[in-house]
Every structure is written in C-alpha cells, then in structure tokens.
Design a protein around this ligand. Sequence first.
Ligand SMILES: C[S@@+](CC[C@H](N)C(=O)[O-])C[C@H]1O[C@@H](n2cnc3c(N)ncnc32)[C@H](O)[C@@H]1O
Length: 271
Amino acid sequence: MTDESPARRFASTESYYAEHRPGYGDALFEFLAERFALGDESRVLDLGCGAGQTTLPLAERAGHVLAMDPNEEMVRHARRRASEAGVETVEWVVGSDADLRVEMGPFRLTVMGRSFHWMDQERTLDRLFRATEPGGGVALVTDREWLTKGQANWQAAVYEVTEQYLDDLPERVDPAAVSYDDPWDEKLRAFGFEDVETLEFDLHREWPVDGIVGYVFSLSYCSPDRFGGDAEAFETDLRARLTAFDRERFEQRATVEAIVGSKPTDGDRSV
Ligand SMILES: C[S@@+](CC[C@H](N)C(=O)[O-])C[C@H]1O[C@@H](n2cnc3c(N)ncnc32)[C@H](O)[C@@H]1O
C-alpha cells in the first residue's frame, strides 16, 4: 500500500486502463456464477471496479451489481462502457474500501479484481463477511502483471525501455521465485470464509503495439503523470524497440488467479 489517496493512485491512467487493460476471460465468470448460483435475484459487489473489466461480465450473470471505486474518472469510463454495452443494472458508487458499509449488503458475492492489495484487508474482510448472505462469498481475482513478471523477450525489452525513464520502477522478477508471506487464502479463512480454494484459468492474449503502449500507461507506477514531459519520448522509444522485433502482434500466456471462499450457510463465524 502507498500513502497516496486511493482516488489518486491511478490518476492519468484511466483512459488507458479503459481501453487497454484486458479482461479475465469467460471461464472465470462462468465458474463464479456456478459456484455462487448467481441469477436475476443476486446482488453482487464489485469493489475497486476500475473501468469495468469485472463489472460488465458480472452484470451479465447477476441481476444487480454495485460497482464501487474511489477514482471518479475510472467510474466514468466504466459507466460509459456499460452504457455502450446496453447494461443498465449497475449502481455506481465513488468510494474506497473505507466507505464500505455492512448496510450496503447483503451481497451474494463480492469480487475484488486487481484491487484487494490496495485495501485495508482485515477491515474489508470483516465488513464483507457481515455484508455477505449465507452461502454467498468473496473472490479475489488477479492476473500476473506482465511488465515486471512476464518472461518473454519482448516483455523484457518493454521493461528495459521503461526503466530508462522511471527511477522507481518495481524490480523485474521471476514469478516462480517469488514467495508470498501473506497468503490471502489463509486470510479468508481467518475471517470465517470456508471452502476456500485457489483456481487458475489460462488465457492466450495477443498484444498489438498500441496495446502494449497503452498497457504500460495503464499501470499505476507507469502513469503518464509519472513520465511527465518525457511521456512522448518514451512512447517513441518503445515503439522503435518493438519495431525491431518485426512483428505486428506479441503473444502472452496469461494466468488468471481467483481465490474464493464462502460464508457458511448457517452464517456463523467460528474462528
Ligand atoms: C488495477 S485496477 C482494477 C480494476 C478492475 N477491478 C479490474 O479488475 O480491471 C485497481 C482499482 O482499484 C481502485 N482502488 C485503489 N485503492 C482502492 C481502495 N482503497 N478501495 C477500493 N478500490 C481501490 C483503483 O482506483 C483502481 O480503479
């Protein structure tokens, strides 16, 4: 977590996020719909909804979605994308995890896509447990950010160009060598969720050059604001570097991870 206000973390990335951050694929949402028996009667919370990459597929499967994000501009993009898709069953709220209230529920399911790491996790899980209907649950969803964790040569090249411009770029790491000392599955159990499981869904993505540039600018630590007056020069260098690969599209094998847990049907928290 950073000291920055939640509303500012993605400042200036919003239009890039809306256009270039990929979705998670259908398999994840089919799984969630089945496991939590989503249908017309279900209320789902999308906490940290961003530009709607999680909201829209949830709205296809649940009668009502409450989509919440502290960044007003993100919510504006999400709203526009929903309206373009003819989705009218989403209620939009500008607010962070700190604004979450138990009375906003009950929810059948809460999804936090690439957003849980920004939150006060204990407070959020405590409130969510109480706001979840018995038999409902939560899903922590993420896909591996590829600028720092992708293993392909072209991904390393994008990193090399980016680090010439940004001093505080997170280190490039081999995901196989990273160990987490804060497992989220244990956290879900500690707050009373049961049948906790971690699932992986493999995806194949192809990135055009415009998409790669847009992806980099969509990352909170590579926002156009962070490049400042160098944003244009960076983009020119990056495009030149990618041209050297002599390809129009770049392949990525992506893994979407979901950690899910259910509230016991008797609603009890026995921990
Ligand atoms: C990487 S985006 C994820 C958006 C979307 N859920 C997705 O999966 O594409 C992270 C979002 O979390 C939001 N965020 C940051 N801090 C937050 C907080 N404390 N509570 C809720 N959302 C937060 C940001 O504004 C941003 O829109």
